[in-house]
Design a binder for this molecule. Structure first.
Ligand code: ACO
Length: 333
């Protein structure tokens, strides 16, 4: 039987680090408030001339190298982002150009912070269709472009970066009948009725960039933080339960949980409700903040690099984001 396996991971974080203390000088906030309410200590900020496809290219090259394949072996590129280089063409097409690959499908998807797992589900389905064999899945964001530094409720939360994985079709068991690594389940869903909890109105087709709209429409990210917090805890729980059910895996079998890195309190609260041991949760948000669609693939590669994620692990991924969207996956590593 066919199986989808992650054969390489990579990530990129911009050089510039912006600490909470540094933010105190130009945002009405304190290091103490940010740490206590979110768990974030610092975030990376992309350079002015650094776009999402530039960051994606570094992450993708690392994933391709770690997979031990040639870029030409990739036959599909999916980039999850809400901050593409331009309105068109897609960041995935710019990425294809950076990688020097030609004549393969390249497309962006936007499911906000849940985007990477949404993209992973699409890659898994494309592989199961039998039409594609090796797919590059990227999550990348330049969230700093959307931030208004005088809006302290959102300015302190987000950061920039990119993560990538290469997935490939494989067998589920080897010649001896031993179970091989692979994606056991992927789940994605959304509740568009809650789209007013987190949105960026200015610059899209409803409120295009015009002098009139610049006067009338609030720039940057608009967020109902408290409501989102409550919904996120429930969504995480639902996503995790669904992925476990589809994979026919018991919660006790999970050996590592990599959640979307939005807020340490949200993650702890969701994990606590499920009775999950805190030491199984992989966290990097203290160093990178919320990097939206890039969050999970960055953490995934860091977990591989620092030895937290090992062969034989039962990995759980879960995310929530604007939409609202939420998604999850169980992967035998
Ligand atoms: N620094 C200092 N004070 C602040 C800041 C700040 N950066 N931001 C808000 N405050 C103040 C508020 O004004 C408020 O003051 P008041 O009591 O005088 O009115 C007080 O702090 C408490 O505000 P709350 O909003 O109630 O704080 P809360 O504990 O809910 O924490 C937070 C806010 C961190 C935003 C939390 O609600 C949260 O994490 N929500 C989820 C947000 C999230 O995850 N968003 C990303 C979704 S993923 C995606 O798709 C992009």
């Amino acid at each position: 039987m066919q199986n989808t396996r992650i054969i390489g991971t990579g990530h990129y974080l911009p050089e510039r680090i912006l600490t909470n203390q540094e933010m105190e000088s130009f945002v009405d906030t304190t290091d103490d408030w940010i740490r206590q309410r979110t768990g974030i200590h610092q975030r990376h900020i992309a350079a002015k001339d650094e776009a999402v496809s530039d960051m994606s290219a570094v992450a993708a090259r690392r994933a391709i190298e770690n997979a031990g394949i040639a870029p030409e072996e990739i036959d599909y590129i999916i980039c999850a982002t809400l901050t593409p280089d331009m309105v068109m063409p897609s960041a995935a097409c710019f990425l294809q150009k950076h990688l020097g690959i030609r004549r393969v499908a390249a497309v962006d998807i936007n499911a906000a912070c849940s985007g990477f797992i949404y993209a992973l589900e699409m890659a898994d389905a494309l592989i199961h269709s039998g039409r594609y064999r090796t797919i590059l899945v990227v999550g990348a964001e330049k969230m700093s472009n959307l931030l208004e530094w005088n809006k302290r409720d959102t300015a302190v939360l987000f950061g920039d970066g990119a993560g990538a994985v290469v997935v490939r079709a494989g067998e589920t068991v080897d010649d001896q009948g031993a179970v091989l690594p692979g994606i056991l389940s992927v789940f994605s869903t959304a509740d568009g009725a809650a789209c007013d909890l987190l949105y960026v109105p200015y610059g899209g087709s409803r409120y295009p960039i015009t002098p009139e709209n610049a006067q009338e429409i609030e720039p940057g990210i608009i967020m109902n933080g408290r409501e989102l917090y409550k919904r996120a805890v429930v969504a995480f729980g639902e996503a995790i339960a669904e992925a476990l059910k589809q994979a026919e895996v018991d919660p006790e079998e999970i050996t590592i949980f990599i959640p979307h890195q939005a807020n340490v309190r949200i993650i702890a609260s969701a994990a606590g409700r499920l009775g999950m041991r805190e030491d199984l949760i992989y966290l990097n948000l203290d160093k990178v903040g919320n990097t939206s669609a890039a969050s999970i693939p960055i953490a995934l590669d860091q977990a591989v690099q620092d030895g937290s994620l090992k062969t034989g692990d039962m990995l759980l991924l879960a995310a929530f984001g604007a939409g609202l969207t939420w998604s999850s996956a169980v992967i035998r590593w």
